[in-house]
Design a protein around this ligand. Sequence first.
Ligand SMILES: CC(C)(COP(=O)(O)OP(=O)(O)OC[C@H]1O[C@@H](n2cnc3c(N)ncnc32)[C@H](O)[C@@H]1OP(=O)(O)O)[C@@H](O)C(=O)NCCC(=O)NCCS
Length: 226
Amino acid sequence: MAHAHPGRTSARHPGWPARLGPLRVRAGVVALRPVRLRDGGAWSAIRIRDEEYLAPWEPTMPGGWAERHSPGEWPARWLQLRSAGRRGTALPFAVTLDDRFVGHVMVGNVVREPLLSAYVGYWVDSTVAGGGVITGAVALVVDHCFSRVGLHRMEATVRPENAASLRVLEKLGFREEGLFRNYLDVDGAWRDHACFALTTDEIRPGGLTGRLVAAGRAERVHSAPA
Ligand SMILES: CC(C)(COP(=O)(O)OP(=O)(O)OC[C@H]1O[C@@H](n2cnc3c(N)ncnc32)[C@H](O)[C@@H]1OP(=O)(O)O)[C@@H](O)C(=O)NCCC(=O)NCCS
């Protein structure tokens, strides 16, 4: 039955807040949790240092990069993210590597019945890039969205020039649906984006995390009882 989902409940935003993982990848142990007020220092330091690496792929915003990513900007952003999480329109995850904040996986535009759909976006600290962190993190998040959150479709849009992001989606088995022309104002101009998606019927037993484990790209880690 197309609309049957394990774990679907009548709560307004099932599956949030949530902690996902841990999962071992090449770079270390990845986990996800809701963003915190005290992530501000690490968020600001990474984002300011990584301007050149992040800016080509991110929506154009008013104001200078350093100003928009100063530590003082985080509390207002965090409040917005937290309230989107509480309203049920987003799942704003912090990604940690060996318990250190290294980036975000953001599930946004959560639309419930009848679409049961959302987009997923992500970035990671350049010093740990290429270590499998975001592939592992997105696998955990998509599996969670298709189970506890009860979604049916997850979408990701990527500039065709973004080889690293395309590779993440390829490793996870996202299906390319087409090209959105002049879709998003990124890095100062309207840019084409390739649209990728997955629906629940495409997910094999074990989910995306199981797919990474089977491919030797990740290992499940058993967390110690609290
Ligand atoms: C895209 C991004 C999130 C990927 O995160 P990550 O943790 O490095 O991802 P992973 O290590 O899981 O996978 C990246 C893959 O791309 C590959 N890759 C990296 N740079 C590449 C390049 N220039 N050309 C081809 N492949 C590349 C890596 O080798 C790796 O593949 P592999 O496992 O087969 O070796 C990260 O590069 C990033 O934050 N970029 C800037 C922001 C951004 O682009 N966000 C996404 C917008 S759609």
